[in-house]
Design a protein. Structure first.
Length: 264
């Protein structure tokens, strides 16, 4: 278990949201709309053991790598109001997407987080994780779609796995120059600078169409590129957790009012 922020345990926590990734679970503990702390767990069992001593009213779990049935099995025995984010979950945004059932939970949550932070504005969400996703949420809170591209480490792996002689290299510790003098440096320059050019090109294209668009950056590799992107850029590392909490609160409100309303 790794506590990322605010290690003190609050006496009263209203919401817990969990982003279950490929190798760990990232949990966000909220009081209302306020993110109190974030914690990483290796397995659901570690998190469940901690919840024995915690006051949690509602829990929402999301995952892009595990089906809903597996998530429910992993959290068997959780004696609280427990929900799993899937394509049928009610959302405070609408989706103008041809295949909403294939839309990743992380993209949905980040979009909802963007609307929660910047209501009534066009938003472009750049998520630099395993893949790069760039999604447009318009000023009417409609998810319009976006693009998916290979992420940083996926690009390094592809060059190694799809060729006979190129090595598997890591991202450089210092920013690489354009004119590299050896093969490893050339690969690092191509991936890192190429991804930067791609990101700035996406930003330019959207700003041409929507000059007042708000650009938000999240994802594990986001910090490495933040200073290289054309400002203004708003880095929100916990954007997915913020969106999950907004989705959870929206569903709790609907249940309490006994008026479920699905905008999907």
């Amino acid at each position: 278990m790794q506590t990322d922020t605010n290690p003190a345990y609050p006496s009263t926590i209203h919401n817990l949201v969990v982003d279950w990734g490929n190798s760990s679970l990232k949990a966000g503990w909220f009081e209302g709309d306020t993110l109190v702390r974030t914690t990483r767990y290796d397995t659901p069992d570690v998190l469940l053991a901690e919840l024995v001593n915690q006051s949690v009213a509602h829990v929402l779990v999301s995952s892009t790598s595990r089906p809903a049935d597996e998530i429910r099995r992993g959290f068997t025995g959780l004696q609280r109001n427990f929900m799993v984010l899937d394509s049928q979950t009610a959302l405070p945004i609408r989706k103008a997407y041809d295949t909403p059932h294939t839309l990743g939970a992380d993209r949905v949550a980040a979009a909802v987080g963007a609307v929660a932070l910047y209501p009534g504005q066009d938003c472009l969400v750049l998520d630099l994780g395993t893949c790069l996703t760039a999604d447009l949420i318009d000023h009417d809170a409609v998810f319009q779609g976006g693009l998916i591209s290979p992420g940083l480490r996926m690009r390094f792996r592809a060059m190694h796995e799809q060729t006979a002689r190129l090595p598997l290299v890591e991202a450089p510790s210092a920013w690489p120059g354009l004119t590299a003098k050896n093969t490893q440096a050339a690969m690092q320059s191509g991936v890192v600078n190429g991804l930067t050019f791609e990101l700035n090109g996406i930003i330019d294209a959207y700003r041409t169409e929507r000059p007042e668009i708000v650009v938000l950056l999240c994802g594990g590799d986001g910090p490495a590129f933040e200073s290289r992107l054309k400002p203004p850029i708003f880095a929100v590392p916990n954007l997915v957790l913020i969106g999950l909490n907004r989705i959870l609160r929206y569903n709790v409100k609907n249940l309490q009012a006994n008026t479920p309303d699905n905008h999907t």
